[in-house]
Write a protein that binds this ligand. Structure first.
Ligand code: HEM
Length: 348
């Protein structure tokens, strides 16, 4: 009897790797930490809104939202024909380019840059859309929900350094995270249409594995440079799209070595040597004018979240679980405060 049980156990274990590839490990303190984060961010958005319109608490400044086409590539290997990439087809998409800061500031200030893609007409996704939310660096600066509480507290107190050096004990220093924060601040971007962006956090890729994704500008690099304008990133996007189109290769990286590719810690990069990013779609952005007051207002009212997704691309890991409650609440609150309806777009 005991032998049978051991054999059954071993058989189950041998079936584990594929299933374990997307297994999540939820710490006991995560629910409480998430509630605290939502509360702190909501308070901050409500307080800021007293000075004017309610804005996103992160990525407040949009360079603009452009109309794009997201073409799923032909002749993908069977392994990659999953979710959005199952069929060769073209999705209309809105893409919002942004600065990472919660305040609208001069583009010359060192900051992360965001690229958030919203595919429309997605059957099987509750929202009818599939969002791919990215930043121009491969890793995030916070490991988990509990640490994010400390991070948010330090930011709210106007003393972000406290997150990296919470006390005098060197064992408590967060030097790895400090390195990532400095790398993010030091990134130089002159034109958001010429950059590379990463999901940082993992997502399901069908039933048996998971992915991170990335978009890399293709085509010749433009010659636009940083100028004295506080909005030079928008200016350079405008000049780029006045002269010609922009394009990106959209790529996925599969979780080939689970023990070296953690789900629960987005401060750790999945090595491209262990699993390279593979192109699965081409994004084209035709020449266009995107910064009319009407389109900028529409852009402000969009809501992106990793949780606008097909079940095959469900977000994974603690930071993504926190984002579920945060993005939903903050989007709802800012729309309510501004008196704007909250709707997912279905076409251009
Ligand atoms: C616990 C961690 C995080 C928190 C609390 C957080 C919080 C937020 C909030 C409050 C917004 C504004 C949402 C809205 O009002 O619609 C936002 C937007 C955004 N976040 Fe995060 N975020 C987190 C992690 C990340 C990560 C890991 C990425 C990496 C890709 C990321 C990228 C972005 C981008 C690009 C936007 C702008 C989306 C848009 O254009 O509307 N965030 N975040």
């Amino acid at each position: 009897m005991l032998n049978k049980a051991i054999h059954l156990g071993l058989a189950l274990l041998s079936a584990l790797p594929a299933w374990a590839a997307c297994n999540e490990d939820v710490p006991a303190n995560e629910v409480g930490a998430t509630e605290r984060i939502v509360q702190m961010i909501e308070e901050s958005v409500r307080a800021e809104a007293k000075k004017g319109a309610a804005r996103r608490d992160a990525h407040a400044k949009a360079h603009g939202c452009v109309k794009a086409q997201f073409h799923v590539l032909d002749k993908l290997p069977e392994e990659l024909k999953v979710g959005i990439f199952r069929e060769v087809r073209t999705y209309p998409a809105w893409i919002r380019y942004s600065n990472g800061s919660g305040t609208v500031q001069d583009d010359s200030v060192g900051d992360a840059r965001g690229m958030a893609i919203k595919l429309m007409g997605v059957k099987g996704s509750e929202s009818g859309t599939q969002d791919f939310v990215m930043i121009n660096h491969p890793v995030f600066i916070v490991r988990n929900a509990a640490d994010y509480v400390e991070f948010q507290k330090a930011v709210s107190e106007g003393n972000p350094i406290k997150f990296f050096f919470p006390g005098l004990n060197p064992f408590d220093f967060r030097l790895h995270e400090l390195g990532i924060a400095l790398a993010l601040r030091g990134l130089k971007v002159a034109n958001p249409l010429d950059s590379r962006y990463w999901s940082m956090t993992p997502y399901l890729f069908g039933d048996t594995t998971s992915m991170k994704f990335s978009a890399r500008a293709c085509g010749p690099t433009s010659s636009f440079i940083e100028t004295d304008s506080p909005d030079f990133l928008r200016d350079n996007m405008r000049n780029h799209l006045a002269q010609g189109e922009a394009c990106f290769d959209f790529m996925v990286q599969l979780r080939k070595r689970p023990q070296l590719m953690p789900i629960e810690d987005p401060t750790l990069e999945w090595s491209e040597k262990d699993s390279p990013f593979i192109p699965v779609a081409r994004i084209t952005i035709s020449p266009q004018a995107f910064d009319s007051p009407k389109q900028m207002a529409f852009c402000e009212n969009l809501s992106f979240t990793p949780w606008h997704a097909l079940p095959e691309h469900r977000p994974l890991g603690g930071i993504n679980r926190v984002r579920k409650a945060v993005y939903e609440t903050i989007s709802r609150v800012r729309h309510e405060l501004n008196g704007n309806p909250r709707r997912e777009p279905t076409s251009f």
